[in-house]
Design a binder for this molecule. Structure first.
Ligand SMILES: Cc1cc2nc3c(=O)[nH]c(=O)nc-3n(C[C@H](O)[C@H](O)[C@H](O)COP(=O)(O)OP(=O)(O)OC[C@H]3O[C@@H](n4cnc5c(N)ncnc54)[C@H](O)[C@@H]3O)c2cc1C
Length: 428
């Protein structure tokens, strides 16, 4: 299996431009408490510069205005963008809009693409992905939201929560059961629902660990929504009836790789803070960087981040070369490994900063609270570990005696080399 670690020089130049642009033009915005109009005013010219570089909405194929880069290059881009929460939006690929645009690109009709996807890409519309229910999350075969065909319309009834961005979205992509008489894998569908459709009741933005009291003025929260007799035209169904799981899988596979690479950008930022503090802070007679327990944190973090990076790029490469369905093990591994590395590196960076790390005077405490969710969204650790383990275990068969049982192997070896062994014995 060939593996090339280099990045072609033309693309490396793009990455170098991105690093400087994110550092100099976008990261400084983090410290300002911007309202949306001011944010839009500041970021509009930045988005134009991204377009001029040919890097806008790079996750989409060229015919839809994207870069057609493939997952490896996208992964390398997301590593740069992941450093700053504003960067993905300035590059036209912020979640959940990027995944929803990808979904409409994959399964949407030309009319759906015209009405929803292109305005989404131009930043004129915002979207939300409404799948999880209070009673069904990690196991989406348990979804109960129903969409019933009635003439030229679907009528949707159900209760969702954690629909990120729904409270500021123009439309929702709702996962609903369209045929309860077949397996959920064949009986679920995705339907585009404009947020202002009668019967869509956004109850609240749920208080969460990284936004316990209120949301920033820029993003929507994770909304709880009740759908009561919501009527939408039948042509709002994405793909064919029953395509829901297939589309969800296609949407979430690349999304997980992009998450994992963004987490590396975040981890690296925390790691840089850890190292800077280690060489700056003196205590108990020496710099922190001279103490072996701190050196252990540096060495462990560096190795874990390198492992996460290689795993993620390998997953991206398998997707590019063999397709997403052949990368299930790799994608599962980076989901739980990447989320753990992100959490652990930020945790160590906080520790090395002592009380300062626990304050809002550094970005670490917010990064830590954001990182905790990574072990849950897009499937919790345990589900991905189970997928990986089950697929690996399929390659093994049960045996009565372990294959490596030494007495059994010795017996077989004696039979195999009997002639030579007899010759040795005869010469004694
Ligand atoms: C910040 C954030 C943003 C989100 N955004 C969205 C969004 O935009 N749209 C959307 O639809 N959803 C969204 N979600 C929901 C998310 O996808 C679900 O929370 C996730 O799939 C887990 O479902 P659940 O919360 O119902 O947990 P449950 O299904 O109740 O699982 C609870 C726990 O049980 C354990 N568990 C579950 N299955 C297994 C298993 N097979 N083996 C062993 N242990 C297991 C795990 O520890 C798991 O954490 C978001 C969640 C968060 C935290």
């Amino acid at each position: 299996m060939a593996w090339d670690f280099s990045t072609e020089s033309k693309f490396e130049a793009k990455l170098a431009w991105m690093r400087g642009f994110v550092r100099d033009e976008i990261i400084p915005l983090e410290t300002l408490d911007l309202d949306r109009p001011t944010y839009e005013r500041i970021t509009a010219p930045l988005k134009d510069r991204v377009r001029d570089e040919g890097l806008w909405a790079a996750h989409l194929p060229p015919e839809l205005g994207g870069g057609g880069f493939g997952q490896v290059k996208l992964g390398l881009m997301h590593e740069v963008l992941g450093q700053c929460r504003f960067a993905p939006a300035v590059f036209g690929n912020n979640a959940p809009d990027s995944g929803n645009a990808e979904l409409l690109a994959l399964g949407g009709s030309p009319e759906q693409q015209e009405r929803w996807m292109h305005p989404l890409l131009r930043g004129e519309l915002r979207s939300s992905f409404s799948m999880t229910e209070p009673g069904a999350g990690a196991d989406p075969t348990m979804l109960t939201t129903r969409a019933v065909r009635d003439g030229d319309e679907y009528v949707i009834n159900g209760h969702k929560w954690f629909s990120s961005n729904a409270s500021i979205a123009d439309f929702l992509i709702v996962m609903a059961v369209t045929d309860p008489d077949v397996s959920p894998y064949q009986g679920s569908s995705m339907i585009v629902v404009p947020t202002d459709t009668p019967g869509v009741d956004i109850l609240r933005d749920i208080p969460v660990m990284n936004h316990p009291t209120h949301y920033g003025r820029l993003d929507g929260g994770h909304a709880e929504i009740v759908y009561t007799d919501v009527r939408v035209p039948a042509e709002n169904l994405v793909g064919n009836p029953g395509d829901g799981f297939r589309l969800a899988q296609q949407r979430l596979g690349p999304g997980r790789i992009h998450h994992a690479m963004r987490w590396l950008g975040q981890s690296k930022r925390a790691f840089d803070m850890l190292c800077e503090r280690a060489v700056s802070r003196e205590t108990h007679g020496s710099l922190l960087s001279d103490k072996q327990m701190i050196q252990d944190m540096v060495a462990l973090s560096a190795a874990e981040m390198a492992a996460a990076r290689l795993l993620t790029l390998q997953a991206a490469w398998v997707m590019d070369t063999a397709g997403a369905s052949n990368a299930r093990i790799e994608i599962g591994m980076i989901k739980y490994w990447g989320a753990k590395v992100l959490h652990d590196v930020i945790d160590r960076a906080i520790q090395v900063h002592g009380s300062l790390g626990f304050t809002g005077d550094l970005p670490l405490e917010q990064m830590y609270r954001d990182a905790r969710a990574a072990r849950i969204y897009d499937g919790p650790d345990e589900v991905h570990k189970a997928t990986v383990a089950k697929r690996i275990l399929r390659g093994y068969s049960p045996v009565e005696v372990p294959t490596e049982h030494v007495p059994t192997r010795a017996e077989a070896a004696r039979r195999k080399f009997a002639d030579q062994l007899d010759a040795v014995t005869a010469n004694l």
